[in-house]
Design a protein around this ligand. Structure first.
Ligand code: AMP
Length: 422
């Protein structure tokens, strides 16, 4: 029997690891530049953490959670998203009482029981930030700027940044009444899921991907047009701040996101080069009531998450190139005879002690085919160790990119030797 990884999961190796490292390193250094510090939460939580925050009528809670009972009968759930666990930790450790805004970031795997397809997995990775403790619109603008800058740093050029406000509890309630009125005559033409959503949580109808529902929504009233004065001013200031720092955005008046905890600002970054159902690379929003809902003090907050796997798919598709930090030189040492390997071993120790990546040949093949092998595996330099080299200490080094050759007594000219790999 052949054992495969479970459907919707993947092994990550080879080229994908390099993309992933680049994305995660870029995220971490950028988030730290904006004064975020890392938090790691458990891969599973008490199921209630998600039920109470994401919303009982969302797709995630209704259909997509990996929920199980442990041996003591406790209901646990593999985290489907990062915000609720971070907020649970903030409350548990009373982090909100320290300097505000508290800025945290995470890089973690998430689990959702979705129908797998390209860019949609059952286990996937997200990098995200949460800024806890202020409702100042400049924080919204800063978080949105950070999301946009992150994708710019990765080398993306034609992404679209969509922004909307879903209002506060007061104006949203008014909008929902108006939206229900609009749907009333056509409610029977909605899909069975949306028919139920109509009563329970009509905003979730905007998550529907079914054509008849999408058609119905085309002419629907838009939440953005029904914002109260405070909410309108809030989003207005965010737009001003974004203009000040030159971040381009589009107001999408009917944008909603798949979590119930959002209030006011929501945003998404999309690529038209991805299939429309999965075209969001990342998104987020403000959640002013979530900490209060969890029993903590009212603490307005905002965050976003980006999908690492989907970003890799698009970087490869668009052939976005990147520099692999610190790994430019990779040296391949070829020993011409088996008993020269001790010498090669010493040389490898010296290179690695000096942070240079190298590999020794363990294959009993001709020197020519070993050089070919080194080229194929993208080594930058080759050093061949033979009898003369060992006797004289003078080794020949070949740069596989420029084909230049250097002879050097590496033990006597240590610094010059290391300089050759820069
Ligand atoms: P969300 O947490 O739903 O707001 O999603 C934020 C980002 O995570 C999305 O824009 C995607 O890039 C990524 N993402 C969400 N769900 C999946 C999934 N099932 N598979 C891969 N990436 C996902």
């Amino acid at each position: 029997m052949v054992l495969n990884s479970p459907r919707g999961t993947s092994d990550i190796f080879g080229e994908d690891i390099k993309y992933r490292d680049f994305i995660i390193n870029t995220a971490k250094s950028l988030f730290e530049l904006f004064n975020y510090s890392e938090i790691i939460t458990p891969a599973f939580e008490h199921t209630e953490v998600f039920n109470r925050s994401i919303g009982e009528s969302t797709d995630i809670v209704k259909k997509e959670m990996y929920t199980f009972f442990d041996k003591k009968g406790r209901s646990l759930t593999l985290r489907p998203e990062g915000t609720a666990p971070v907020i649970r930790a903030v409350i548990e450790h009373k982090l909100y009482s320290e300097n505000l805004p508290l800025k945290l970031f995470y890089v973690e795997n998430m689990f959702r029981y979705e129908r797998p397809q390209k860019g949609r997995m059952r286990e996937f990775w997200q990098a995200g930030v949460e800024a806890v403790g202020t409702e100042e619109p400049f924080i919204d603008a800063e978080v949105i700027w950070l999301l946009n800058l992150f994708f710019e740093k990765l080398g993306f050029k034609n992404l679209k940044l969509l922004i909307n406000s879903v209002g506060c509890s007061i104006c949203r309630r008014e909008y929902i009444d108006i939206f229900r009125e609009f749907l009333k005559p056509v409610v029977k033409s909605l899909c069975p899921d949306c028919f139920l959503r109509y009563e329970k949580n009509p905003l979730r109808i905007f998550d529907c991907k079914i054509n008849t529902c999408l058609e119905t929504l085309k002419n629907s009233p838009k939440i953005y047009d029904f914002l109260c004065t405070e909410c309108r001013q809030h989003i207005g200031k965010i737009m001003e701040f974004l203009k000040v720092i030159g971040v381009n955005f589009i107001i999408k008046e009917n944008l909603v996101r798949g979590f119930d905890y959002y209030t006011r600002t929501i945003f998404e970054i999309i690529s038209e080069d991805l299939e429309s159902a999965q075209n969001a690379l990342g998104g987020g929003g403000r959640y002013d009531k979530l900490i209060g809902q969890f029993g903590g003090p009212d603490t307005p907050s905002i965050g976003f998450a980006v999908g690492i796997d989907r970003t890799i798919v698009l970087m490869k598709q668009l052939k976005i190139k990147f520099m692999e930090g610190g790994k430019q030189s990779r040296i391949f040492i070829i020993s011409m005879r088996d008993d020269f390997k001790h010498y090669s071993f010493k040389l490898a120790k010296f290179l690695r002690d000096n942070n240079l990546s190298c590999e020794m040949s363990f294959l009993e093949k001709s020197v020519g085919s070993q050089i070919k092998n080194a080229e194929k595996n993208k080594f930058s330099h080759v050093i061949i160790i033979g009898e003369d080299e060992i006797k004289s200490g003078i080794i020949t080094m070949k740069n596989l990119k420029t084909f230049e050759q250097f002879k050097i007594n590496w033990k006597k000219q240590l610094l010059e030797f290391l300089e050759l790999f820069k």
